[in-house]
Design a protein around this ligand. Sequence first.
Ligand code: HEC
Length: 316
Amino acid sequence: MENKKHGNTLVNVVVALAVIFLLIKFGVPAASRKITGLDLPLPVPSTLFLFYAVLILIGTFVYVTSDEAYMESFLAPIKKLLRDGYGKRSRIVVTTLVPVVVAVGVFLWVRPTVTSPVALRIQHPSSNFPRKFESVLNPMENPTDAEIDEFIEQVKNNAVEFFPQVQEVGNKFTNIDFIPKKPVQDFLAKLKNGDVDRELAKEALHEKNLFEGRAMYEINCRVCHGDSAGGDGPMAYGFQLRPINFTDNGTIEVLVEGYTFWRVKIGGLGLPVESTPWDSAMPVWSLDLTEKERWAIIMGEYNLAQKTPRIREKLE
Ligand code: HEC
């Protein structure tokens, strides 16, 4: 054994590792290109790479430790270096360079990078959507008999109530005569002759609610969602996550009204994690508007966008 000629085992090992690394990194993809005849090389997946690396290191370790002479020849240059056999300068250079290279490598490997997240944002999350909203219908679209009676009284007494915000821009409306819609004008004309038509009153109330809803939309939502609900309000361009264009297919049209109501209520802050990573600028409207005002806006919003809410499927 002692007479065996080994060359320098350390150099052999380093060269072997380098050759194998280059083979896997560049040889395999190049060979795959020849074999498949494709333009694209087939890269070696990094997990497979790691797997090879561990196997090769184990193999090298077994090889070096299998024979005392190999071991000695492997360690000899290292010992010589540490004992200044190659000169003091070489020792200092190597013992500084190795930790620096390792440190830089590790840093580059674990450093967080700014790439856009791969996770897709979910526009219509359901994880925290309270089921009770699913079957709620818009009360502004479906007034009760008592509400219709009250409305008729208000019209008779010239004391029609509007939301404060509408009242403010409308210079204190007291009646509905400024609404140029046919049901409104017909209802008022009949009323003048002492004839109360409940069906017309219901239609007139609907027109009044629609007017108010659209007005409330323009006051509160227009800056972002645009005056004709196209998602192009003056503030829209300032947001990375753009305000929704309600005239697009697949927005409020695919939602039951109760869901739209809930989204307006909770705003961007109430969205669950699957609706991140971009923050929504949508305000939390339950803080600023009453429930009735929000329902009226939703009515106006669908009307402006010329969409109808999704009708809830009924299970037999
Ligand atoms: C400050 C800008 C801003 C204002 C004001 C605003 N929104 Fe939004 N809204 C957004 C943004 C941004 C989104 C998209 C992100 C999201 O889904 O939360 C959005 C989304 C929505 C959605 C979800 C639609 C869908 O298909 O998922 C609804 C509904 C909505 N807004 C209604 C309203 C209503 C009603 C108002 C007025 C009361 C309003 N918004 C006012 C910024 C705004």
